[in-house]
Design a protein around this ligand. Structure first.
Ligand code: PLP
Length: 405
């Protein structure tokens, strides 16, 4: 037979397909609420002012070269990145129990974390991981790629358009001991629904009681509340209470460095000695996959994290992004409830957090929005709030109103 004749044609990635359809659409008022990337009020990608400054400093450095980074990444970057998520005063950092490796953004962190688990985690039986239902769809493929079977736990309740907390907690209790469970650290994708601190506390109780392993994915630190520390609260609480865990970190969204692929994996080990062994294996795994991570984005983030003035400026830039998104939530809510009197309850629009919102509309209604109104969103009714702005929020509210009537 012809070489590769047995290769089946894969379907296109649904999000990227949606973006392509949006691009081809010539309707002047088209709206793209599909892709999870920040846009400013003129629907343009936003290069953070602090990133522009850091880039200038970087490029003016007469000693800048293009040598390889160490296998586990730029040390000034990984050390500062660990502090950013785990906290300046983290007991795990103070006691030298954190093994960090620079990764190809958050996707690479998830992959390396999954690969490490697949190799070294003492699974209770078959290799399985439990993901929230729903979750970022790529999680399924990432775990399958390394031979871990992805299963789900209840998370979202379509009836309340909120957290299915009771079912979530009951499932955690009923899983075999030492199960590996993926948790979104904040700004859950795709629902925008996060547990409250009180609920996180109860989740943590069950992790401790059952000896579960927490696989935290943190792709939106700062995007949920506009405050980096606030958004890292759950991870830090789990560390404080000594739940075994790892954290996948991405600077794609909060630094707007999507294409530069700046991420890190941090594994918190029980002892310094274990952390050393873990790190040695992260190095071995990374060596065979990418040899060494890319330098450019990590150097920019390192400059921002290690310079107090740039760090403060970054925090202001994050507030600008998170603030605009929160403002859009308020405006959309107001239009739907006060002006258009759209049937149904829309409280979730302002209660949900971060870049995404689950509108609660049906796949047919979503389809109608795409086909009739040129409003592009995924079939599950998820909208990227960053795609809304002062120019299109009214058009979107009116289109949504029409779709649900
Ligand atoms: N994890 C979640 C939940 C995400 O939503 C994303 C991006 O959409 C990622 C990880 C990884 O993104 P990146 O690889 O661009 O950092």
């Amino acid at each position: 037979a012809e070489t590769w004749s047995q290769v089946p044609l894969a379907p296109p990635d649904s999000i990227f397909k949606l973006s392509a359809a949006y691009k081809d659409d010539t309707f002047p008022n088209k709206v793209n609420l599909g892709v999870g990337a920040y846009r400013d009020d003129d629907n343009k990608p936003w290069v953070l002012p602090v990133v522009k400054k850091a880039t200038k400093i970087l490029l003016e450095d007469p000693n800048l070269d293009h040598e390889y980074l160490p296998i586990t990444g730029l040390p000034s970057y990984t050390t500062a990145a660990a502090k950013l998520i785990l906290g300046e005063d983290s007991p795990a950092i103070a006691s030298g129990r954190v093994s960090s490796a620079q990764t190809i953004s958050g996707t690479g962190a998830n992959h390396l974390g999954a690969l490490f688990l697949s190799r070294f985690y003492q699974f209770n039986g078959d290799k399985k991981v439990y993901l929230s239902d729903p979750t970022w769809v790529n999680h399924f493929a990432i775990f399958r790629n390394v031979g871990i079977d992805p299963l789900t736990y209840p998370y979202y309740d379509p009836k309340t358009i909120g957290l299915a907390f009771g079912a979530f907690l009951d499932t955690l209790k009923s899983l075999p001991e030492r199960s590996a469970v993926l948790l979104h650290a904040c700004a859950h994708n795709p629902t925008g629904v996060d547990p409250s601190r009180e609920q996180w506390g109860q989740i943590c109780d069950v992790f401790l009681a059952k000896g579960h392993y927490a696989f935290f994915d943190c792709a939106y630190q700062g995007f949920a509340s506009g405050d980096l520390d606030n958004d890292a609260w759950a991870v830090r609480e789990f560390v404080r209470r000594e739940v075994p865990l790892l954290v996948c970190q991405s600077f794609a969204k909060n630094a707007g460095l999507y294409g530069e692929r700046v991420g890190a994996l941090h594994i918190v080990a029980p002892t310094v000695e274990t952390a050393g062994r873990v790190k040695s294996q992260l190095s071995v795994l990374t060596r065979s996959e990418i040899s060494n991570p890319p330098a450019y984005g990590a150097r920019i983030v390192s400059l921002i994290l290690n310079n107090p003035e740039l760090f403060d400026e970054w925090k202001r830039d994050i507030k600008t992004m998170a603030g605009r998104i929160i403002q859009m939530r308020k405006e959309l809510y107001k239009l739907l409830t006060e002006e258009l009197k759209t049937p149904g309850n829309w409280d979730h629009i302002i209660n949900q957090i971060g870049m995404f919102s689950f509108t609660g509309i049906s796949p047919d209604q979503s389809q109608a929005l795409v086909e009739k109104a040129h409003v592009y969103l995924t079939q599950n009714g998820r909208i990227s709030m960053a795609g809304l702005n002062s120019h299109n929020v009214r058009y979107f509210a009116e289109s949504l109103d029409r779709a649900v009537r």
